[in-house]
Design a protein around this ligand. Sequence first.
Ligand code: URP
Ligand code: ZN
Ligand code: ZN
Ligand code: ZN
Length: 476
Amino acid sequence: MYEFDLVIRGGTVVTAADTVRAEVGIRAGRIVSVGEKLGAGAKEIDASGLLVMPGGIDSHVHLAQPSSGGPKMADGFESGTRSAIAGGNTTVLPFALQPRGAGLRASVMEYHREADGNALADYGFHLIISDPTPSVLGQELPSLVDEGYSSFKVFMTYDDLVLTDRQLLEVFESARTCGALVMVHCEGYDAIRFMTERLERAGKTAPYYHGVSRPQSVEREATHRAISHAELTDVPIMVVHVSGREPMEQVRWAQHKGLRILAETCTQYVALTADDLKGLNMDDSGGKYVCSPPPRDKDSWEAIWEGIRTGVFQTFSSDHCPYYFEGSEGKNSDKARTSFRWVPNGIPGVEVRMPILYSKGVVEGRITVNEFVALTSTNHARIYGLYPQKGSIAPGFDADIVLWDPNRKETIRQEIMHHGSDYTPYEGMTVTGWPVMTLLRGKVMMQDGRVTGEPGDGAFLRRGRSPYAIAQANCP
Ligand code: URP
Ligand code: ZN
Ligand code: ZN
Ligand code: ZN
């Protein structure tokens, strides 16, 4: 009889806390032992020269969204989670969007129909609340939070999603009551509308002007407003996809004031700039980089690194929001070419989040490898109620593991991506450090770039409450 189903030997185990030469013993999909000279496994993996790290958790991805209306997304749950697995991730947290007029629970069930049986990575859902009626906030939300949908996102912009300040306050208050964590998209709706119309009147409709229509001041103002509303209602919030110094400094100010404000930044804010939106020469290929908030400039990259190093940011996500470039619903459609206003917002990136952060962060000396693990896995698990099931390598955790070659150089190209989009915004970027094997609950899901896992291997995760939200909860 073997002591373990699987033993990983010869590697360096890296967690958010430690870097140690150790072997990992796995039984029934869970880590049962981390130590030296472990007994035999039915299967053994040689990880010599590799880092053995917790599988990535990407807590901000969009898949199959929206399930009705809007331009067609390039990834459903199968291709999106295949891409995640190829990039060293084992868990994703996409969104279940409530269209206006629809119920919250009915919306969640729609996304379950898309996801269940199709995912290769484990998944949970954040809710998106676009219509905070009394029954949504008073009945549906509390019961859904109890059932494992313990976080939700609200928007301060977009025609079909924006909430008024009054609605934001009511939603925040409800989150406090039922112990949910609120993620906030901070960009000011009226300012963007005003700028968009002004630019269009001047004939400035190329994708580049998407960024001009929503400068950092628009994000800074909304970030401050969200923080003030959180202070008023005494509720923690997560400011998502922070793009540069100005909003980052609002978060830092609030944290120093003692408010419980969490923050996320994303790959594009250390790897792309507003100039990318110019395309080759103010042409429509700039649409490939249209996302919100938009990429800023290289000084902003440094501000984001400053926020990462000093702990302003707890999570580093992809905001994977994949659209096609070509085709009638793509970023280069006839309609999209009439104005940046019609270019679908969002870019693919779940597969390259970890390599880009590793290369620019760890290899270039900006963060430690332990901080890398915290930013890509552990903190996501802690904040979103998945700890101690996910996010570390220790007895009791799920055997979600990425074997990482710290020396492997790779050039990011569309032809090696597994996502559904017909392009990658990171085309041609060279990185050092690459995932060579991904294990989900002990099963090999990817080896040397070949995805061996299957749709249905990924399971729904019923999440606990965020410890940040519990600290404030006053649940009946
Ligand atoms: O442009 C983006 N980021 N689209 C995705 C939706 C969102 O706001 O996260
Ligand atoms: Zn409750
Ligand atoms: Zn957003
Ligand atoms: Zn997003």
